[in-house]
Design a protein around this ligand. Structure first.
Ligand SMILES: [Mn+2]
Length: 392
C-alpha cells in the first residue's frame, strides 16, 4: 500500500505580516495532485494543520477544501492528528461530519467511533479503539497507533505520576494503541513531538535538556514506520523515525518543503521517497553593501523567492529608498540595516540643517540612549512622520 506522510501545514501562517494563503492554496493543490499521482491509499497529517489556535475563516476554508479533495470522494483515508499549534477541540469539532467522508480527526486518544466511519470506501477503517485505528486497503491492512500532541502539563495529569518524565509518559500513553500492532499489517505510529537526536536548524543543531524532548527508547519499538510532525526540517532519525517537515517555509532552509511517499506492506516499509513541493516559495536572505547594490541583487531574484534583505551601510536608509525597493520588489519581505560604527558614518559630521528626518531621528535616539536605533524603529518613525505630512 501507498501512504503520503505530511505534517506542519501551518495554514494561515504569515511572515513579516504578509499573508501566505495564495501560496498555501497552491501548495495544498500540489499535495492533492501528488496523492493522486502516487495513488495513495492513506494520507497522514502529523499535526499543526493551522498556524494559530484561532485560525481565520479563510484558513479553515482552505483546510476543509483540501481534506475533501485529499479524500478523493471518500475513497482515500485521510488521517489527521492535532499539533501544538492547533486547538485540538476546535480541530476535532467537525469529527462527526468528517468521519462519514473517510477523514479521521484524531484530536484525542479516544478519537474514532467505528460506527460512523465510511464503510463502502476502497480504503476504510475496520476497527478502532483508544489510540489506534485499523485500515483495510484492498487485501492489505494497516494499523495506525496515534498520540496527538500533548502538553507537558496535560501529560503529567494523564500519566498520574508525580515523578514522571515527559518521554516516559508519552510511552505510557502510546502503549495501548500500539498493542494493536499486528503481524498481518503495516504498523505505523503517528505523533507530534520532539525526538532527541533530531535537528532543528540547517547546521544539525540538536536541542538538549528540553523537558519535552522524547528519547528514542520511549517510542514504540515495534512500529514499522514512525510518522512525526513538529520539526519543520525534513529528516530521518535512526532506522524508522521520519519528519516530513513543514509544507511552507517560515524561515531560510536548505531544502525545499516536501512530503514523504511510502510504499509498504505487512513485511514493513519498502521505500520512502521525498517528493518536493514545487509551488512552495523559498525564503532567501540577501546581504549587500550599500543601497545601490540592493537594487541590483533584488532585480536578479525570482518572484518565487521571498527576500529578507540586510543592507550594510554607514548611514540610515532613506524613506524614499525603502518605499521604492518595496514598490519594485513585492517579494521583498523585510529590510534590515546593519549600521556601521558611528565614527565611520557619513552623516556624522553633518550639521543638523543638512540632516534628513532619518538622520535626525538617529542623532536624537543616540543622544537619549547612547545606542543606534534598530532600522525597524527608524522605519516606524519615518512612517509616522509621513502620515503627519499627509494630514498637514
Ligand atoms: Mn509546526
Amino acid at each position: 500500500m501507498r501512504i503520503i506522510h505530511t505534517a506542519d501545514w501551518h495554514l494561515g501562517a504569515k511572515i513579516e505580516g504578509q499573508d501566505r494563503l495564495v501560496e498555501q492554496e497552491k501548495i495544498m493543490g500540489e499535495l492533492c495532485q501528488i496523492c493522486d499521482e502516487q495513488d495513495a491509499n492513506i494520507v497522514i497529517v502529523a499535526g499543526d494543520v493551522f498556524h494559530s489556535r484561532q485560525p481565520s475563516s479563510e484558513a479553515e476554508d482552505l483546510f476543509f477544501r483540501t481534506i475533501e479533495r485529499l479524500s478523493s470522494r471518500g475513497d482515500r483515508l485521510v488521517f489527521i492528528i492535532s499539533g501544538n499549534h492547533d486547538d485540538a477541540k476546535r480541530l476535532g469539532a467537525s469529527k462527526p461530519l468528517a468521519e462519514k467522508h473517510n477523514i479521521i480527526l484524531a484530536t484525542s486518544l479516544d478519537g474514532v467511533d467505528i460506527l460512523f466511519t465510511k464503510k463502502d470506501a476502497r480504503n476504510r477503517v475496520i476497527d478502532a479503539g483508544k489510540g489506534y485505528i485499523k485500515v483495510k486497503c484492498a487485501d492489505e491492512e494497516c494499523v495506525i497507533a496515534f498520540l496527538p500532541y500533548i502538553s507537558q502539563a496535560k501529560c503529567k495529569q494523564m500519566a498520574g505520576d508525580a515523578n514522571f518524565e515527559y518521554g516516559e509518559a508519552v510511552s505510557k500513553l502510546a502503549i495501548e494503541g500500539c498493542s494493536h500492532f499486528s503481524a498481518d499489517a503495516l504498523n505505523i505510529f503517528v505523533s507530534h513531538l520532539f525526538v532527541v537526536g533530531a535537528s532543528l536548524g540547517e547546521r544539525g543543531e540538536v536541542r538538549v535538556g528540553d523537558a519535552c524532548a522524547v528519547e528514542q527508547k520511549y517510542l514504540p519499538q515495534n512500529a514499522h514506520y514512525i510518522a512525526l510532525g513538529h520539526l519543520h526540517r525534513a529528516q530521518r532519525i535512526g532506522e524508522n523515525i521520519f519528519y516530513p517537515g513543514a509544507t511552507i517555509e517560515l524561515r531560510v532552509r536548505d531544502n525545499p518543503p516536501s512530503v514523504f511517499s511510502i510504499v509498504g506492506d505487512k513485511e514493513g516499509v519498502k521505500t520512502v521517497k521525498t517528493i518536493p513541493l514545487k509551488s512552495a516559495n523559498r525564503i532567501r536572505a540577501i546581504r549587500v553593501n550599500g543601497v545601490a547594490n540592493a537594487y541590483r541583487e533584488l532585480s536578479l531574484s525570482s518572484q518565487k523567492e521571498l527576500i529578507m534583505l540586510t543592507i550594510a551601510s554607514g548611514e540610515p536608509l532613506k524613506a524614499s529608498d525603502i518605499k521604492e525597493l518595496r514598490r519594485l520588489f513585492p517579494n521583498l519581505i523585510s529590510i534590515d540595516l546593519d549600521l556601521k560604527p558611528v565614527s565611520k558614518m557619513g552623516g556624522a559630521n553633518k550639521s543638523r540643517k543638512e540632516m534628513d528626518d532619518a538622520e535626525l531621528f538617529v542623532e536624537f535616539y543616540k543622544s537619549q540612549t547612547g545606542e543606534i536605533p534598530p532600522q525597524g524603529l527608524v522605519n516606524m518613525f519615518l512612517e509616522c512622520r509621513s502620515n503627519i505630512d499627509a494630514t498637514d
